[in-house]
Structures are given as C-alpha cells and as structure tokens.
Design a protein around this ligand. Structure first.
Ligand code: WTA
Length: 668
C-alpha cells in the first residue's frame, strides 16, 4: 500500500504543488507526522493489547486522570447489565476536578478564553473561574436548588453557560442544557420531561452583529411548563436591548454580587450519581433524556481528551461546537477542563464579520488543536483557501472532526490547507449516548485513512454485523454494534429504563445468556485493517449539519398544521449540510397545497423544533408510496430526494405515485 506521509519540505514551486495535489488525491493512507509523534501523550501501540488483555481493569488509566475523594472498589459492576456501573464505591466532584485542583499550578493561567461575536474577548483564569463558579453555586443554593434537582440551561455560547454547569456540578444538581437554537416548544417539552423547576437563560445574544432576543422565547416556553419555575437571566446584551424581569425572574449578575467572595464546598458525589441529562432525538417523537454520570463520564472524557486530542495543560485548545450539544459538554467543558488546559469558546458564526474569522482566532490565540465538524469544513472549502492563507496557522498541532461522515475530499482539504500536512486529523465517531469518542485513530499511533474514522479505541469492541448479528466481511455494509461496555456510556434514559433497553439493547443482545450488545443505530463498513467507515443512521434520525433531528418530531409538527392529512419526512443528501429535511405532504380534502400552506408548514417546524429543522423542500402529493402492507417506503422517498435510480417499484401498492412525486421534486 502506498503511504502518503510527506517528510520533505514544502515548496512554493507551482509544479511541485500540482504534483502534491495529485498525490494527495491518490493517497489512501497518511502516516502520523513525525514531529507530532515525538511529543504525543500516547505513542505506544501496545496500548490496544493492554486494554484487551487487562479489560476492564485497564480503564483505571482513565480514572487515574481524576482526583477521587474516595477510591472506587470495583472498576466495572456488570451484575445488573445492561445497567452497568463504573468505578463503584468511588466518590468525587466534577467541578473540583475541572477547577479547584488546577489552582496551585495553573491558577493564573487561562481556563476559558471567550471570543464574542462582536470581537470582544473575556478570559477567565482558573482562579477567576473558581471564584465565579463558587459564587454562582452559592446563588443556586440561595435559590433553593438542592442536590439532585435538575437545572435547565437555555443559553447560547456565553461564559456563564459553562460556569453555571460547573456550579451545578459543585452542588450535585444535574444540569440539562437545551440548545439555544431550539424553539420555545422544544424547551418546554424538555423541562416537563425532566420536572425541572429552575431555568438559567439570557436576554439575548448576537448573530452577525445583530442583537437577537432570547428571553421572549424562553418565556413562551415557560408558559407551557407544568411546574412553577424560578428563572435566572444573564444580561448579555446590556444597553443594546432593554428587558424587564417578570415575577420569578432574577438577574444573574445581581445575584452574583450578593454572593461576592462566597465559597461553596464541592459536594462529594458517588461515581454513579448523575452529572447531567442531555436530550437527544430518537425514533419516536419524544426526545430521549440521556443520563450521564459523574465518575465514568468524567474519566472517559478526560481520557479521550488526553489520548485522542492530545491535550496538555499548556495547550490552547479549541472545539468550535456549541455547548448545547454533547460535543460541547464533553470537549469544550468537561474533558479539557479536567486536564487543566485552556479551552477557547467562540460565540459567533465562522463567516462573520469575514470568512476568515476562525483562522483569525487560531492565529490570535495560538490555538494548538482545532476540533470542528465536516459541515464547517465543507463551507471553508467552498469559500476557498485564500481565507486560511491570510493567517499564520502554524500553532496548530492536531485537527479533529466529529458529527457526521467526512468525505475524503474535505478531509484532504482540511489536512492540507489548515494542517499544512503536519497535523494529524482525527475523525471521531461517537454519540450523545456514548459520552465520548469511540472510533478514531490514536493520532501518534495509527495511520489515517481519509473518510474512515479508524479502528475502535483501545478497550472498545465495535463490530459490523448483518441483520442476524453475524460479522460481515470487510468492505460490506452492515450495522455497527458495540459489544462491551465503556465508562462514558449512558446509564439509562431519564426515568425510563424500559425505553433504554428497547432503544439500545433489544436488537442484538441475548438476555437469556446475559449477553448485552449496544446498538447505536448507525450503518457502517469495515476494511481489512479493521478501520470503520460510518455510513449514517439507520433509524428515523437525520443529520443536518451535524445536528441530530428526529423525523417523527418534524412530522408531528407538520401534521399539526390545519389542512395537512399526512406527512413523511426523510433526509436527502445536501452538498453543504450533509443531509437536508425533505417533507412529503398530503393535504386534507378542500385544502390546496399552495405557497401559503407551504409557509405555514415551514413555520410550524421552526416553532416546534427550531430553525435548524427548516425543511429544504415541501412536496405536496395526493399519496405516499406504500408497501402492500401499508408501510410508507421511506427509502424510496430518500432516493427521490436524491434523484437516485428508483429501481423496481412494482411491489408497491401504488407504484404510479412514485413517478409523479419524482417529477415534482425535480421540478422544484
Ligand atoms: C453521526 C455527536 C460519521 C452518527 C457526537 C452518530 C458520525 C450521530 C461521526 C450522533 C463521524 C458522529 N463519522 N458519523 N465521525 N460522528 N456521527 O448524538 O450517525 O449528536 O450516530 O453526537 O452522528 O450524533 P450526536
């Protein structure tokens, strides 16, 4: 096999560049850059074997990265599988691990470097972070928040968000962060599901330089919440936007001022105590409340930050995700701060005020690792290399991607134009449920193959199987499974153990034999070297710009519009977003599928989920293609959206409708 690791110096010579470009296109595999290997946290390939031979005890490595109040007595307790427990008997506090323990050596070093949309910057040293987390923990106590009360946060990328999360962790109150781009309805559904009586939000934020209201949306959501709620409001927009506080609302900074200098002893939490809840989309319309724990989750995110992102405390590391999603929880807040590093946090969009915003931040802050999403990389590629070329990106040592499959062209562009062919690229597969990275290359150990995430991490037993659970041959598509537990795994779905089993453990497990296999609901293939390429979801979830959306949730928003009889939603391929929302709608008698109805449908989806779920296409039809037993043929609707060959449709109950719909889609 030809390897594409380049050791020679780059030249400006055009001819050479063309030749290199051609080699990049051809290269299937890239070696870890030598300079990176020399300094990497994990360099010995034997770690894979060690985990295999010494499993599950090898996971002590992860636990060793943390400070424990009480040592655990068992690494893994599988007696109630699949309700696994990790590091049982141990106790610790996540906020003490992410803040307090760094004070001696890193007190004056930055913990969070925040960059605002308008270009303003705020740095919190570990000392300053410690102070505000303590004060806010005192505020929460004063507000009556008790251990195990769920505190909801509905906030954009402002420093008060990670501060509030850490303050909750300090007093043992699990947080439930709702992405600020979600709608009022989505907030209400989640607060009701979690019985949450506390909300932290803000008056608004900036997008492309404009002040955007947020409090109205939060209040609208609260109207639909069953329980009484106390709300704390961060004044982000100051003089740009006046807001009045209603009853049960208090101002974040006023409350903080009342607690000036307060210190709150971190509560000792059992390893298995809940650290947070994160709602995510699944097959049914109801979001799933994924429960993560204090010991296993924190150990797992710290370990993967160390082994995969190669984080050292003196780094300036940047993950450009939003904290409203799991990536931000694990790899902006918990993993990096557990390791005492500097975590950059950016409020805004990558193309405001100019398309070089990201590169300007990398340059100004001397960012050492950048972790972003394929959808962003595809946009950078489209905008052109002149934007990164304007800046000195030589501080970068490692690049990462997450959230959706990355096509080899985008991978190579990232490797070449951002990493200057001297940074390893880690393509990391994982999920809200897994808590942290599961499949990717260890950057100093394994060669990289563009388009393939890589082998499972040490200690992770991922396989590709057919419908009966037998492993498929290399190169064949199948279903991804994870055949042993890991510390970062979800423990259950909040207050719904049954759904936890039916969603993740029913497909391939054999309960009679006490054999439990986790099913992530992704399709994938494996190559001869054991590298896994994840192909995408096999359930009714679509992935729009790395955002996970349930088609059923979108369908119920559409069916709620008067005049709509039936709707089917599928994901169609999209050049920039990866997937886009395609909706097929049957109207009730007497209703026209006209522009007004189309607008109402789009608005209803935005109201019930948020603008990220906005349909790309609304196709009116008088029928949907169905099997003889009456099931909607979603695959076919996807093929139609993609303009793919539709194959044989004669086994349908209503084959004639397929052509008709396809013509409409093409005509759009
Ligand atoms: C997809 C995000 C291919 C996958 C951390 C998974 C990926 C879903 C990758 C989880 C990757 C994530 N390559 N697909 N590197 N990373 N996915 O819960 O379909 O928002 O099941 O977690 O994203 O999305 P979630």
């Amino acid at each position: 096999m030809e390897l594409g690791g380049y050791s020679g110096a780059m030249s400006d010579d055009d001819e050479l560049d063309v030749e290199l470009e051609a080699r990049l296109e051809e290269a299937e595999e890239f070696e870890p850059p030598e300079a990176f290997v020399e300094q990497a946290n994990v360099t010995d390939e034997s770690i894979y074997e060690e985990f295999e031979e010494n499993w599950p005890d090898a996971w002590e490595r992860a636990a060793d990265l943390l400070d424990w109040d009480e040592d655990y007595d068992q690494v893994l307790d599988d007696s109630e599988a699949p309700f696994y427990e990790w590091f049982t008997g141990g106790s610790l506090n996540a906020s003490a691990n992410c803040v307090d323990r760094h004070l001696d050596e890193r007190g004056d070093e930055p913990a969070i470097e925040w960059v605002g949309e308008l270009g303003e910057e705020r740095t919190y040293t570990y000392e300053e972070l410690h102070r505000e987390v303590n004060e806010f923990a005192a505020v929460l106590r004063e507000q009556g928040v008790e251990e195990d009360d769920v505190v909801t946060m509905y906030m954009p990328m402002i420093p008060e968000l990670p501060i509030a999360m850490l303050a909750c962790a300090r007093i043992g109150a699990p947080h439930a962060v709702v992405f600020a781009g979600f709608s009022a309805d989505a907030l209400a559904t989640r607060m009701n599901a979690a019985d949450s009586e506390h909300l932290i939000t803000c008056d608004g934020y900036y997008r492309r330089g404009d002040a955007l209201e947020h409090l109205d949306k939060a209040e609208e959501g609260l109207e639909q919440v069953d329980q009484a709620v106390d709300t704390i409001v961060v004044d982000r927009l100051e003089d740009d936007f006046d807001h009045e506080l209603g009853p049960n609302q208090s101002d974040y900074h006023d409350l903080l001022a009342d607690q000036e200098g307060a210190e709150v002893e971190p509560v000792e939490r059992d390893a298995e105590d809940m650290l947070f809840l994160m709602y995510t989309s699944g097959t049914t319309g109801k979001p799933k409340g994924v429960k993560h724990t204090t010991g296993g989750y924190l150990a797992y995110t710290a370990w993967t930050s160390h082994a995969v992102l190669d984080i050292k405390s003196e780094d300036t590391y940047w993950c450009s995700a939003d904290i409203g999603w799991i990536t931000g929880h694990s790899y902006i807040v918990y993993g990096p701060l557990a390791l005492g590093t500097t975590s950059v946090m950016y409020e805004g969009t990558p193309d405001y005020p100019e398309k070089d915003r990201m590169w300007e931040i990398v340059d100004d802050h001397d960012v050492t690792q950048l972790y972003t999403a394929p959808t962003a990389i595809r946009a950078f590629m489209k905008w052109g290399q002149e934007y990164p070329d304007k800046h000195d990106l030589s501080s970068l040592r490692l690049l990462g991607t997450v959230g959706e499959p990355i096509n080899p062209r985008a991978w190579k562009w990232y490797y070449k134009h951002i990493g200057n062919e001297s940074c390893p690229v880690v393509d990391t597969w994982w999920q809200t449920e897994t808590g942290g990275m599961m499949i990717t290359t260890l950057p100093a150990v394994k060669n990289m193959k563009p388009g393939s995430a890589g082998p499972p991490l040490p200690g992770i037993d991922a396989r590709i199987v057919d419908e009966s659970g037998n492993e498929v041959d290399a190169g064949r598509a199948g279903y991804l499974t994870v055949n042993n537990p890991w510390p970062g795994m979800l423990r259950t779905l909040y207050k719904n153990d049954e759904r936890f089993i039916s969603e993740y453990w029913n497909e391939y497990s054999d309960p009679d034999e006490d054999e439990w296999i986790y099913f992530p609901e992704d399709g994938a293939k494996i190559d001869e070297d054991g590298y896994i390429t994840v192909l995408g979801r096999v359930d009714d979830v679509i992935n729009v710009s790395g955002h996970r959306l349930g088609t059923m949730e979108i369908e119920s928003a559409i069916v709620g519009v008067s005049g709509v009889a039936e709707a089917a939603v599928v994901g169609g391929d999209h050049e920039m977003k990866g997937e886009a929302v395609y909706t097929y709608v049957i109207t009730e008698d007497g209703y026209e599928g006209d522009e007004d109805l189309r607008q109402e449908i789009i608005e209803s989806v935005e109201d019930s989920i948020g603008p990220i779920a906005r349909p790309e296409a609304v196709v009116f039809t008088h029928e949907l293609p169905k099997t003889r037993s009456g099931k909607i043929m979603r695959r076919l609707l996807e093929d139609i959206a993609n303009g793919d060959d539709l194959g044989n449709t004669s086994t349908l109950r209503n084959p004639e409708v397929v052509e008709e719909i396809a013509e409409k889609v093409q005509g759009d």
